[in-house]
Design a protein around this ligand. Structure first.
Ligand code: DHB
Length: 303
């Protein structure tokens, strides 16, 4: 019998454990629908804020050995303008996760309340963007992270995911704090940084924002360690994100303790087919090793 790739996150069923991570192809309903049709188990929107935001000027992203560095500056159409996009995104047939950010606890609550009108399947709270000052302090403060979680939980009726940053020595305190505040799922990790790339020609930083977050295969070992630690420390499921490009990457992330995997940078390097490819490779690996379901893999490293 074929192994089952199904997984469940806080009662939300995914046909397979691959999730389009926030920030990639998530700015329109049409692109989200396309990714869902291509085989992603779920799709996440670009992080939405209270009002439209242009983001930083170019250059905002650079390809480097082992991944990307980026500082987009959270460009997004604003939560009010995204409700119609959610309707289109849902036509893709996969659960839609709305990613939101805020500069204050009140703003998190307000954005959450507004996005709930569009009935996303889940809401992801981005407390971890490395390029926005306020975002960063939420993700490295257990108290603020707990307050943001609580505010969003009160504003929506769907499961709430909180996305953590690896750029803190309080990772496990933050994880426990958001779990205690009612988070249903944790996703980890957001990009690592801030980092800087300097153009030797001019002596100036390459990115207009000077610094940005690292993503892709170069951060996979950090992502695996964070997911292993977080899933050992909390009861709620974890979405593992960071450098997932192949079925084996996904298997390793599940073994580290994730119940699903986020795929972002690999959409640039491997194309939109990456979701079906990861699933095919994962299924092949599981069949070869006689694993019957993703559950057999989740947390295997610790057992
Ligand atoms: C941006 C946001 C993120 O959460 C991240 O990890 C990297 C970049 C941004 O829009 O700048």
């Amino acid at each position: 019998m074929k192994p089952s790739l199904e997984t469940t996150l806080a009662g939300v069923k995914l046909r397979n454990p691959t999730i389009l991570a926030a920030g990639v192809l998530g700015t329109t309903g049409k692109s989200l629908k396309r990714v869902a049709k291509e085989g992603a188990g779920a799709v996440t929107t670009k992080s939405l804020g209270i009002r439209p935001k242009e983001g930083h000027s170019n250059p905002t992203i650079m390809e480097m050995e082992g991944g990307l560095i980026n500082a987009m500056g959270l460009p997004n159409p604003g939560v009010d303008n995204f409700l119609d996009e959610l309707v289109i995104a849902k036509e893709g047939g996969a659960p839609v996760i709305a990613s939101i950010f805020g500069g204050t606890v009140e703003e998190f609550a307000e954005v959450a309340k507004k996005i709930w009108a569009g009935k996303p399947d889940m809401v992801e709270v981005n407390i971890s963007c490395p390029n926005v000052k306020e975002g960063m302090s939420f993700g490295s403060s257990p108290e603020l992270a707990a307050e943001a979680t609580d505010a969003v939980k009160k504003a929506v009726k769907c499961p709430v995911i909180v996305k953590l940053t690896p750029n803190t020595d309080k990772l496990l305190l933050v994880a426990k704090a958001v779990e205690d505040s009612g988070a249903d799922v944790i996703s980890a990790i957001n990009s690592i940084g801030p980092g800087m790339v300097i153009d030797a020609e001019t002596g100036k930083p390459f990115l207009s924002n000077q610094v940005g977050g690292l993503s892709g295969p170069m951060i996979k070992p950090v992502a695996l360690r964070c997911v292993y630690d977080i899933s050992s420390h909390v009861e709620i499921p974890v979405i593992g994100i960071g450098g997932i490009e192949t079925g084996l990457d996904a298997a390793e992330m599940l073994m580290a303790g994730a119940s699903a995997v986020g795929v972002g940078t690999a959409v640039y390097s491997r194309g939109i087919e990456v979701f079906s490819k990861i699933c095919e490779e994962l299924e092949y690996f599981m069949a070869a090793k006689s694993y019957k379901s993703t559950k057999d893999l989740v947390g295997l490293t610790r057992r």
